[in-house]
Design a protein around this ligand. Structure first.
Ligand SMILES: Nc1ncnc2c1ncn2[C@@H]1O[C@H](COP(=O)(O)OP(=O)(O)OP(=O)(O)O)[C@@H](O)[C@H]1O
Length: 451
């Protein structure tokens, strides 16, 4: 054995990787205490990972015969960027053993849009993975507390990209929160018709000009508790199970009732709606349990105390409300229950029992609203009698503004968005969505199935 080889040389490894146009899929850093250049991260599925020859913690000594000890990571990256074909690395392997993990078995739904190019904090923009709110991501590594590695679910390309970890993203969102909170839920104080009811008769208190459902303070600022990701798992309804609750949300006048009505008449045996409760006296042509369940004020208030209502409110000194049991009774008849609620209510319905599927009905552009709603009528909140009137330009503007606020504040809870431009097309998209919901596999929160 020659004398000039020091002991360390025993462990030196020479490896060759062939680099084509694809990046190597590894990042390096200077180890502060020792000054050594070490591999900081191996991107899952990238060229370095697939070779199986380089690992996190390996110390880099030479690249193509050039010693790297006195070079900064940027200079080394430069050398690598300029190299093509086979690249030779001299490394001292890390002694750390790889720990088996549940890599690739965890799926998350992204609850925000992400573009690595806009992210000042990401260690390497090229390694970042961009995604949109609602995308399903497969988590490939959580080794790093700040930067996870992920792929789009179903993507055949094995290479993972960097995404902010849940903890990191939520922490930085929390720091930015005061900005977000400036936007209140109500669209304007001219009228508060931005939010709809499941029962049209009792929509607004015209005298106080208030929405009949006063939101709790915390509900108005829901953005404050928006998580970054939600862990999800595939779910397919079994034959003996109840149908999932279908929740429809959208701004007033967007056509929610119209779509619901069309669905109901398309198959009255299959679809159902809840019967609301009221404390107003029954009219002669009405039957208890058909138009409304008629109850006393005392009973209604007791039920409110016992959290029996999903939503409730007061209109002309009478209470109106949708009870949780009314949803259960539709589901128990083996029907698909169509429920329309204010968007802030959705989070209370997200339980294993209801497994809600939330559809957002969105207005088209203002130009299309003008064209398509020429003969349509809206129940005007400015009208004491609540009579149907043709849409005004203000109604259109408010509908669009209200939809934007809903999307921004509650978009993370929507499973599907349908634009109600042409009614026939919107209905057919809705119908297809319903059919798929009953037969296909969908992603649902893990907490619903493992709670
Ligand atoms: N795509 C469409 N094209 C043309 N007219 C439509 C369309 N969708 C709904 N309409 C009409 O718009 C009007 C308002 O619809 P609808 O009552 O269903 O709205 P809504 O969202 O349920 O409102 P509200 O909360 O006031 O009950 C109705 O006259 C309806 O027929």
């Amino acid at each position: 054995m020659p004398d000039d080889i020091d002991e360390e040389e025993d462990s030196v490894k020479i490896i060759r990787l062939v680099k084509n146009r694809e990046p190597l899929g590894a990042t390096i850093k200077k180890d502060e205490p020792t000054g050594a250049v070490v591999v900081a991260r191996i991107m899952r599925g990238g060229a370095a990972d697939r070779s199986g020859l380089i690992h996190v913690g390996d110390e880099l000594r030479e690249v193509n015969g050039i010693p790297v000890e006195d070079k900064s990571p940027e200079e080394i990256i430069q050398i690598l960027a300029q190299s093509q074909g086979a690249i030779t690395f001299k490394i001292i392997p890390s002694i750390k053993e790889d720990t088996p993990s549940k890599e690739g078995k965890m799926f998350i739904k992204a609850l925000f849009d992400y573009d690595p190019n806009e992210d000042k904090a990401i260690p390497c923009k090229e390694a970042g993975l961009s995604f949109k709110k609602g995308d399903i991501l497969q988590i490939m590594s959580q080794d790093d507390a700040t930067w996870w590695q992920a792929k789009h679910e179903g993507d055949a390309n094995p290479r993972a990209g960097l995404i902010p970890s849940k903890h990191f993203q939520e922490r930085r969102l929390a720091l930015r929160r005061p900005e977000i909170l400036v936007q209140p839920l109500q669209v304007s104080n001219r009228k508060s018709s931005g939010f709809r009811r499941s029962f049209r008769l009792s929509r607004k208190d015209k005298k106080t000009n208030k929405s009949m459902y006063e939101c709790k303070k915390s509900d108005q600022y829901d953005t404050a508790d928006v998580p970054a990701y939600e862990e999800v798992t595939p779910y397919r309804r079994q034959m003996n199970e109840n149908y999932r609750l279908v929740v429809l949300v959208g701004p007033v006048g967007v056509g929610l009732n119209e779509l619901k009505r069309k669905l109901l008449i398309s198959d009255t045996q299959h679809y159902g709606v809840t019967v609301p409760h009221t404390t107003r006296p029954r009219r002669s042509q009405e039957s208890d349990g058909v138009e409304y369940v008629f109850v006393s004020k005392h009973l209604f208030e007791t039920d409110v105390q016992n959290n029996k209502f999903i939503e409730y409110g007061e209109y002309k000194n009478n209470y109106y409300g949708t009870s949780i049991d009314s949803v259960r009774s539709v589901l128990a008849k083996n029907k698909v229950c169509l429920l329309d609620v204010q968007p802030h209510t959705v989070k209370h319905l997200r339980t294993l029992e209801f497994k809600p599927y939330v559809i957002f009905i969105k207005p088209p552009s203002i130009e299309r609203l003008r064209e398509t709603r020429k003969n349509a009528k809206i129940i005007s909140s400015r009208d004491e009698q609540g009579a149907a009137k043709p849409f005004t330009e203000e109604d259109f503007q408010e509908m669009i503004k209200s939809a934007q606020i809903m999307e921004r504040q509650y978009g993370h809870l929507f499973d599907k968005t349908i634009v109600n431009d042409d009614l026939t097309m919107a209905f057919s998209e809705l119908k297809t969505t319903f059919d798929k919901l009953e037969t296909d596999t969908h992603w649902v929160p893990v907490s619903w199935l493992h709670s």
